[in-house]
Write a protein that binds this ligand. Structure first.
Ligand code: G6P
Length: 489
């Protein structure tokens, strides 16, 4: 901790992520309205003890003019945010292209559709160049705000090139990088044309973190097999320099959910929903409308369940909240129509004049509405085909103190490693198995539900987002100190 006039100064933390935790809407030439998204990650990072955090990232809007940029920078400063301005072309190539059409599907073990494969192979180089350019732009902004002693924490697959850019500016900068997605088997990573360059730039960081031990192991294997470096229990070694690699499973701010459930407005909403679905069991899915979430597979499994269990048909409802995301990427557009088609077919098949089995919403819900929905749910269905962690499963558990509902959870979500003993784990590709789990969950005895819930609740309420962030930051500080001691020896 640094001191100023005898008073200890908080260490500054620069959090660098593709997206700032705000939504910005332009109101006039030089005025903006900002809404801070009070997600778990934001409160986790702002709550890190003895640390003064600032965010650096893209505000998600195109601001071509300087007047607008200056005004937005001023407005964001009040929210402890610093913008990186990306123009439309770079957003198209870096964000829609390289990040979301190349790295995202690859890291989640999803191949590209056949017709896109050749086109993507051809545009690969220009997209990768844009990715590097974008990462350099983030580095320029970090460098302009950096002060000696700051900790710089880079986030996610958008910024794999950033650690290298930062260390080129200043080799003494404390740099950490954390991946929020899975890191795939080295055999998958090997197929990426830029495989070595990306690994080398990540290795420039002092500390590299993943949600699970498996992802960390895959990363170390990629470094040993593709780069020929040495993997040690501590991380990866390259000519005497160690990059520390470790698992830091993220959590949620569970108290925030518990507090929300005590609010009169939320209680009232819970009562309304209970009335509305009286006589039916409520099953819930909450996902970004993304290929990795396995929404079509989940709905097909629900159809199979209805097919095989006619007695349940008018006694259960599936509420699927599908939050639109990355709507400029063609794959996401196709997914939306595919899901609508399946939902329409099933509602046509099993609906009655007064009720339909699936309520599908293409939108997000505000925090309080979401908490109420979690609280009235009997069975939550999280059937991601792959997922770095999946915090919906944690949020559901945090809101189930009363009801003690069942969580059906994909074995391919990082959360399966922490909630595996309490949840019903499924292979989301096997719709017969998922349909059988739905039946099992709906018929589960109160004793078994209680036992399973207790396990999950204990985990979710003790492994919080704040602990996660504090552990990463203190480990990063320690790693740098150890490295300095080693080089002095
Ligand atoms: C995932 C990624 C995040 C990303 C989020 C929303 O959780 O790991 O980095 O911010 O999806 O996606 P978007 O493309 O809208 O930022």
């Amino acid at each position: 901790t640094r001191r100023s006039r005898g008073r200890p100064m908080k260490q500054r933390l620069l959090v660098v992520a593709n997206r700032l935790p705000v939504s910005a809407v332009r109101k006039g030439e030089d005025s903006w309205s900002l809404e801070i998204s009070a997600g778990g990650l934001v409160s986790a990072l702002l709550g890190v003890k003895d640390v003064d955090a600032k965010w650096i990232g893209w505000a998600g809007v195109n601001v071509p003019d300087e007047v607008g940029q200056r005004a937005l920078t001023r407005a964001l400063a009040e929210k402890r945010c610093i913008p990186v301005f990306l123009d439309e072309d770079i957003v198209h190539q870096y964000y829609n292209g390289y990040c979301n059409n190349m790295l995202w599907p690859l890291f989640h073990y999803l191949g590209l559709p056949q017709e896109d494969r050749l086109a993507t192979t051809r545009s690969f180089q220009s997209q990768f160049d844009a990715y590097k350019r974008a990462n350099q732009m983030f580095a320029d902004v970090v460098n302009a705000h950096y002060q000696e002693g700051d900790v710089v924490w880079c986030h996610d697959y958008h910024l794999m090139f950033l650690p290298k850019c930062l260390k080129e500016y200043n080799s003494k900068m404390k740099v950490g990088w954390f991946l929020h997605t899975p890191f795939p088997s080295s055999e998958i990573h090997r197929t990426l044309p830029s495989r070595s360059e990306l690994l080398r730039s990540v290795l420039a960081a002092d500390l590299v973190g993943f949600h699970t031990y498996d992802y960390a192991r895959h990363f170390v294997s990629a470094c040993t097999r593709i780069l020929g470096l040495e993997g040690t229990p501590e991380g990866v070694e390259d000519q005497g320099r160690l990059t520390r690699v470790a698992a830091f499973p993220i959590g949620i701010d569970s108290d925030r959910f518990k507090r929300a459930l005590e609010l009169p407005a939320v209680k009232e909403h819970i009562n309304e929903l209970t009335q509305r679905f009286r006589g039916r069991k409520v099953m819930l899915g909450v996902d970004r409308l993304d290929m990795i979430k396995g929404i079509p597979q989940k709905i097909l499994a629900f159809e199979k369940f209805l097919e095989e269990n006619s007695a349940w048909r008018d006694k259960v409802v599936l509420l699927q909240i599908a939050v639109p995301t990355r709507t400029d990427v063609p794959e996401y557009q196709k997914l939306t129509s595919q899901v609508h088609e399946i939902v329409g077919r099933i509602n046509g098949r099993f609906g009655t004049l007064t009720a339909v089995p699936i309520h599908h919403l293409d939108r997000s819900l505000d925090f309080h509405a979401l908490c109420a929905l979690y609280a009235v749910t009997d069975v939550a269905l999280v059937t991601s085909l792959r997922d770095g962690m999946n915090l919906v499963s944690y949020e559901f558990v945090a809101c189930q103190g009363q009801k003690k509902g069942v969580l059906i959870l994909s074995e391919f979500a990082g959360a399966a490693q922490s909630l595996g003993a309490g949840a019903l784990l499924v292979n989301p590709w096997n719709i017969t198995e998922v349909a059988a789990s739905i039946e099992y969950a709906l018929n589960m005895s109160p004793d078994e539900r209680e036992k399973r819930h207790r396990h999950n609740y204990a985990h979710v309420t003790t492994h919080t987002a704040q602990d996660w962030a504090e552990t990463f930051v203190s480990e990063l500080n320690d790693t740098v100190v150890e490295a300095q001691l080693r080089t002095r020896q």
